[in-house]
Design a protein. Structure first.
Length: 180
């Protein structure tokens, strides 16, 4: 299959998708590519953060669980409002965050973790212009990250690879979920 448009033939596909990972992992880039391939809406989860969270991160202060909860609910609600699939880029670093997102969505959510090396992530963050997340917060995100467990509706993709390779790996994993 060359694209994900076949998923739209079944109301359950594509499922709501979160492209997750730490800052600089390529969530927005890969999420937008997957959404375009599936002909569904893409939302950058950073745009759903309350202003207080953005200001806190821009000042170099990591968010805590209390800061994240309202944002994660908003991400889940945005997924739940989609009649057929929607893709959102969201860090979703902990299992409890992913559970909160799925609960707020009111349906199962498929998570794609883009896992990258600290050196590549740091290089990408330093190369970004105009993003509120400073490279100094990478260590706190890596320390917080809980990769998905086997019982979660999730895959892990090597985010160190070139963008097209990462996209193809994610696309193929989603295509494998398609009901026959």
């Amino acid at each position: 299959m060359n694209d994900l448009t076949a998923f739209t033939k079944d109301s359950a596909f594509p499922p709501p998708i979160i492209v997750m990972g730490v800052c600089g992992s390529g969530k927005s880039t890969i999420g937008a590519m997957l959404a375009e391939a599936a002909n569904v809406e893409f939302i950058d989860g950073d745009k759903l953060h309350p202003a207080e969270n953005v200001a806190k991160m821009a000042a170099g202060t990591p968010l805590d669980d209390d800061d994240r909860r309202p944002w994660l609910r908003k991400v889940g609600e945005a997924l739940g409002q989609a009649g057929s699939g929607r893709v959102i880029a969201c860090s979703a670093l902990k299992r409890q965050y992913r559970e909160l997102i799925a609960q707020a969505a009111g349906r199962p959510v498929f998570f794609i973790l883009l896992k990258g090396s600290k050196s590549i992530l740091s290089e990408r963050m330093k190369a970004r212009a105009g993003h509120f997340m400073p490279p100094a917060l990478l260590d706190s995100q890596l320390a917080t990250l809980e990769p998905p467990h086997d019982d979660e509706f999730a895959i892990v993709v090597d985010g160190n690879d070139p963008i097209e390779t990462v996209f193809e790996a994610a696309r193929k994993s989603l295509a494998a979920l398609m009901p026959h």
